[in-house]
Write a protein that binds this ligand. Sequence first.
Ligand SMILES: [Zn+2]
Length: 571
Amino acid sequence: MSYPLDFSEYFRYDDLTAHLHGLADAYPELAHLQSLGRSWRGREIWAMTITNSVMGAPESKPAYYIDAHIHAEEVATSHTALYTIWYLLSNYGSDAQVSWLLDHTTFYILPRTNPDGAEISLTTGHHWCGNGRYLPGEEQTRGLCQQDINGDGLIVQMRIPDPAGEWKISPDDPRLMVQRQPGEIDGTYYRLYREGVIKGDWDGVTVEIERPRDGNLNRNFPAGWRPEFREYGAGETPLSEPESKAVMRFLLDHPNIAGIECYHTHAGMILRPSLVSPDSVIPPEDLALYKRIGAVGTELTGYPVISTFEEFTSDPANPRVGSLMQWSYDEMGIITFSTELWNPELAAGVADPAKYQIRARSTDDEIALLKYNDEHLGSKGFVDWTPFDHPQFGKIEIGGWTHMYTFRNPPPASVAATEKARGFLHETMHNNCLFTLRHAACAPLLQIENPKVEALGGDLYKVSATIANRGFLPTHLTQRALEHDTAGCINVMLSWQGDVKCLMGQPSVNLGHLAGRDERAATWSPWMRDWHTTRKPVEWLLRASEGTTVMLEASAPKAGTQQITLKLGGA
Ligand SMILES: [Zn+2]
């Protein structure tokens, strides 16, 4: 059976839900859909578990976790996560990489961790980050509040003539607003505000801009959490929001998770830890892992891999705290990437795109973007300045860049005006999906090799085997996980039914950890990092009657569980 899916338009909650059910129903042997709980507004937070159950239960394999759409506007992230679900299910059995992955590993994919916020962004013009605790209009009670005042369904900008204004009309294109230079006088200047009205009593002079209270679920996680007055969007307490709490519960309930991707938009970059410290604080072995796995991501997506703290933090004195990646790597030691999908500046051919999207773009870059808008978006990305009689500011103009399908997300087919533009969304989903498959395939993977029973005469038997890690990563994943003791250890157990006496060896053996092949990044040299073993032998001497069956099990939290049965003597 198959489940064809058209990804050319973004999905609202009901459609997404129907497709998830449709996929789970079409592939019952590979997919299992569950709800992790409900959002503030009662929507389910879906998680899809994908693995070939015939080759082992989901929790008996190392797992890869993907979450998406934690920030309301970032709808391309849930599209990419859903595409990955679809890609894995529809290619099992025909694509060797996908088949190997689902036979040996498990995927946990949460395509829309913030369903309320997503619905707000998909159905209103509001600029929204948070969840459904507040609704548009409730999130601010005073000051200038965003609102679609001309009823065109969009919230863009207000251009208000002001001799003290910071902006002027560009001589190169009358649509463009460019910054007035220091010391510049004698022109027509404007102040720019987000389209809206002033709520509460207004003195007719002061325009207060409040930070909205819509929240930011990716500041609501426990690691480094700071209260709202120090970290915008943090929430009342760590995990105060049902959505972040459901995510955290899921991660804690699945200790087999050995790799993580948290999708965001937009920047066209693969962010890695740390969020709060320079690279010198990361164990060198872990930094090397981030660079080697990240390089695969760059090759597949074209996105550079950068340290969030070193290159994606506008004020190093106030780094972002309370994010999931800070917890999942800094605390749990799981290699986590947080990819910021899509950058329209790259699509527009801007050579050095802005990283934070908070600086005024150069005139050249703005012109390149306008050209991209005119050519590829059929001018839908920019609203021409139109006179409007504002109830508080009087005669103003409304216009400027739209946001959702220009900057935040690649254009869906209904916005894209060219074949090339229609390709951006697919390219974004597909290339990033491929990177997560490669990252997932890095997991440590336990195997029992060369199991043997030797009859030593009489009722004595020697049972032996080699326990191997065939993965790229060591069974402890990272040095950080070793430091924090979050990766457990390899346990090897020999068990039996009936009368067996173990004369040498313990029925349960703590084997410590096994290295991965990541240590062997070059041929051996005494000046390089030490190599550790990727295989260890185990053996037991048993006294048992001929024909007794013993079971050998090797397991590690991050490397899966393997079981075999052996018969002592006889045919
Ligand atoms: Zn985001």
